[in-house]
Design a protein around this ligand. Structure first.
Ligand SMILES: NC(=O)c1ccc[n+]([C@@H]2O[C@H](COP(=O)([O-])OP(=O)(O)OC[C@H]3O[C@@H](n4cnc5c(N)ncnc54)[C@H](O)[C@@H]3O)[C@@H](O)[C@H]2O)c1
Length: 404
């Protein structure tokens, strides 16, 4: 049993941190929403629990018993009248909202072929339309105060059997990024927040159906760890701690990009950052024996191996890994392969800044061992990854030298 108050103390979050804030949390009756509501209340906020089910009343009682300020307002976030009433009652109880956490979800497992239309519609209505409705309804108050933070809970992963949920979450990511561009200049921060893989009633409700689709038993699914700091799922209290820490200390740094809960907890000092495993790039180069076409062949093989490695990752991690590659190396694997193919056809087709582009690829492979250490503590695996990256960097560096 995690003591949330002790956890917040450990992160040096003061019990008066949010005394000036009115926080609205949707879906606050259980899971991450409940723990986040408790965390904000423990840090002095006045909290509105916007929850569809009667569990919101239990959450209110729990927070009051812990000495916090909270009111349950029964709300269906997909219903515009309910959301309007939520704004009015927030005003009556605590005044205008300064923080909005869009956390409520519908999550149901089904293949696309078998999905009843109402499952698709309800998932999109609660998750995506609900997020739009609450943002639209609470923004005028935040803009009037020239301050506000909106955390929209998202999920970074593709997943068979969860297409409606994932579509809604990726919709929320794009929505949040666009909204941040609209309102950030006026003092309102909009952050899509992917907490991690968190132990909640929501995830437990789909484990049985999802696990076989991933070749796992439900028990194995519920023991998956996406960070070396956890043996299984992240506790909901930790996801809540990440949410409050992000709002308190980090939200100014982000402008629409998805923020990951594990990274927040590393920044907060709760999780260890992966050990630095610097990869040496000062390897001996022997220009005289190099053949450019051989090096291009080798680079093509490296890119193919990287693609195969991505495909072997747990299904949750693949999109994140590919996105990381694209961002850091400046291109997707496919675009790199096209470039290499063109260079094999004619070395004269090299773009003027090819050496700089190759340097970005070198930087990517330099950081791979450190990234891998997020997911495994196995020293042998980490050494293998480091050695492989070192060999790859040697090839790319030699190529970059030829084009510099
Ligand atoms: N658990 C995870 O691993 C995980 C991973 C990535 C993202 N997230 C995100 O974190 C958030 C919380 O997830 P969770 O696992 O704690 O969810 P959960 O299913 O355990 O809780 C969701 C809550 O939303 C409420 N709700 C449902 N429909 C509603 C409606 N129409 N109006 C108001 N409330 C409604 C439910 O009653 C419930 O209390 C979600 O947005 C989810 O997408 C969770």
């Amino acid at each position: 049993m995690i003591n949330l108050s002790t956890l917040l103390d450990y992160l040096a979050l003061s019990p008066t941190c949010f005394t000036e804030d009115v926080v609205v949390i949707t879906g606050a009756g259980r899971g991450i929403g409940l723990q986040t509501a408790r965390a904000f209340a423990l840090l002095g906020a006045r909290v509105i629990l916007a929850e569809l089910s009667a569990s919101g009343k239990e959450a209110e009682k729990l927070i009051l018993a812990e000495g916090g300020k909270a009111v349950f307002i029964q709300t269906d976030v997909s219903n515009p009248q309910d959301v309007q009433r939520l704004v009015e009652q927030t005003h009556q109880h605590f005044g205008p909202a300064t923080i909005l956490i869009n956390n409520a979800i519908v999550i149901q497992e089904s293949s696309v072929l078998e999905m009843p239309l109402n499952v698709w519609d309800q998932t999109i209505a609660v998750n995506l339309r609900g997020t739009f409705l609450t943002c639209q309804a609470f923004l005028p108050d935040m803009l009037a105060q020239q301050r506000g933070t909106i955390l929209n809970m998202v999920s970074t992963d593709a997943m068979p059997g969860l297409s409606a949920y994932i579509a809604s979450k990726q919709g929320i990511t794009g929505f949040s990024q666009s909204l941040d561009l609209e309102v950030n200049p006026a003092g309102v921060r909009v952050v899509p927040f992917a907490p991690g893989m968190v132990d909640t009633p929501g995830i437990r409700s789909v484990a049985q159906g999802l696990a076989p689709r991933l070749g796992l038993l439900a028990e194995q699914f519920l023991n998956l760890s996406l960070h070396a700091g956890y043996d299984g799922l992240m506790p909901a209290e930790h996801a809540a701690a990440a949410a409050v820490y992000l709002v308190a200390h980090l939200a100014d740094e982000f402008h629409g990009q998805v923020v990951n809960g594990y990274e927040v907890l590393e920044r907060a000092g709760l999780l260890k950052t992966p050990q630095e495993q610097p990869v040496t790039t000062d390897l001996p180069l022997n220009k005289s024996t190099l053949n450019m076409q051989d090096l291009l062949q080798e680079l093509s093989a490296i890119l193919q191996e990287t693609d195969n490695e991505f495909n072997q990752l747990p299904i949750f991690v693949r999109p994140m890994a590919r996105q990381g590659f694209n961002t850091k190396s400046g291109k997707s694997l496919l675009e790199w392969q096209r470039l290499v193919g063109a260079l094999m056809g004619s070395e004269n087709s090299a773009p003027a800044n090819l050496a700089a582009q190759l340097q970005a690829l070198i930087t990517y492979y330099q950081e791979v061992p450190q990234e891998t250490a997020r997911f495994t503590r196995d020293a042998q695996v980490l050494q293998q990854v480091t050695d492989t990256c070192q060999q790859r960097i040697t090839v790319i560096k030699q190529l970059a030298n030829l084009f510099s």
